[in-house]
Design a protein around this ligand. Structure first.
Ligand SMILES: Cn1cc(-c2ccnc(-n3ncc4cc(C(C)(C)C)cc(F)c4c3=O)c2CO)cc(Nc2ccncn2)c1=O
Length: 268
């Protein structure tokens, strides 16, 4: 049965939550459940390919992943219906709470561990995110953090985003093998996770500050990487640096990182 097909008549659209890569996203109700509804702007997405993949993505279920509930694909624009998290993007949340969060390394490390658990599940399912960053994670009640928009990068129709020379390509989160060969893997997601950890421990600073994309490429290719954030413990910074191991094979897996980060909690 095509249970991933949602009847738009059952959706009750509420306030706008923002506009992402594909157009406007609104808060809504599906029966009595809170949902987020992406209303896909025409021409921004390879829709037929996505609708095919949606069947697989609805099966990815984990408490640290934003659940895809289904699609309304018998209309244009198509709707993508997901779980709703009431505090929005992790990047926005960090920047808004810097004063209370910046010295609370336990809370910050717990946020990283939750992202790591969601990513370890995707890794186990052989599913690559391709754009892991604090802006693409969401915050729910009780400091719950969930990874969002996993895999959607494959369906973006925008050369500025898809080509590594494009203005929207996430250069600052890209591993060397992605910069050089566009070779995406769970290990390139691990590199991005290291940058996400740095974003968390700086409460949402822009990685590499004002460096231009071309300067960041040089920086990374010279084997240099992000400095230790001011309030970040050395053993936490060591985990970030492991994620930035030049060779993808030698980088830890999310499974390794999950054990590594959990162990830091036991030490504290
Ligand atoms: C599930 N969800 C999504 C959003 C929300 C809103 C606007 N844009 C987005 N974004 N953000 C990022 C994004 C990124 C992509 C890539 C392909 C990876 C580049 C593709 C997208 F389609 C989106 C998208 O739709 C989101 C993220 O999908 C906001 C929520 N919540 C709140 C709550 C309060 N205030 C604001 N948002 C929420 O619960």
């Amino acid at each position: 049965s095509n249970k991933w097909e949602i009847d738009p008549g059952e959706l009750n659209l509420l306030e706008e939550l923002g506009s992402g890569q594909f157009g406007v996203v609104r808060h809504g109700k599906l029966r009595r459940m809170d949902v987020a509804v992406k209303m896909m702007k025409e021409g921004t997405m390879s829709e037929d390919e996505f609708i095919e993949e949606a069947k697989v993505m609805t099966k990815l279920q984990h408490e640290n992943l934003v659940q895809l509930y289904g699609v309304c694909s018998r209309q244009r624009p198509i709707y993508i219906v997901t779980e709703y998290l009431k505090y929005g993007s992790l990047l926005h949340y960090l920047r808004g709470k810097e004063r209370t969060l910046i010295t609370n390394s336990e809370t910050l490390l717990d946020m990283c561990l939750q992202v790591c658990k969601g990513m370890a599940y995707l890794e186990e399912q052989k599913f690559i995110h391709r754009d892991l960053a604090a802006r693409n994670c969401l915050v729910g009640s009780y400091n719950v953090i969930k990874v969002g928009d996993f895999g959607l990068a494959r369906y973006v129709v925008d050369d500025e985003y898809t080509g590594s020379g494009g203005a929207k390509f996430p250069i600052k989160w890209a591993a060397p093998e992605v910069l050089n060969y566009m070779r995406f893997s769970s290990k390139s997601d691990v590199w991005a996770f290291g940058v996400l950890m740095w974003e968390v421990f700086t409460c949402g600073k822009m990685p590499y500050g004002r460096l231009k994309n071309a300067e960041v490429v040089d920086h990374v290719q010279q084997g240099r990487h992000l400095e230790k954030p001011r309030y970040c413990l050395p053993n936490v910074y060591d985990v970030m640096c492991l994620c930035w191991t030049e060779s993808a094979e030698q980088r830890p897996s999310f499974r390794d990182l999950r054990q590594n980060i959990s162990r830091i909690f036991q030490e504290e």
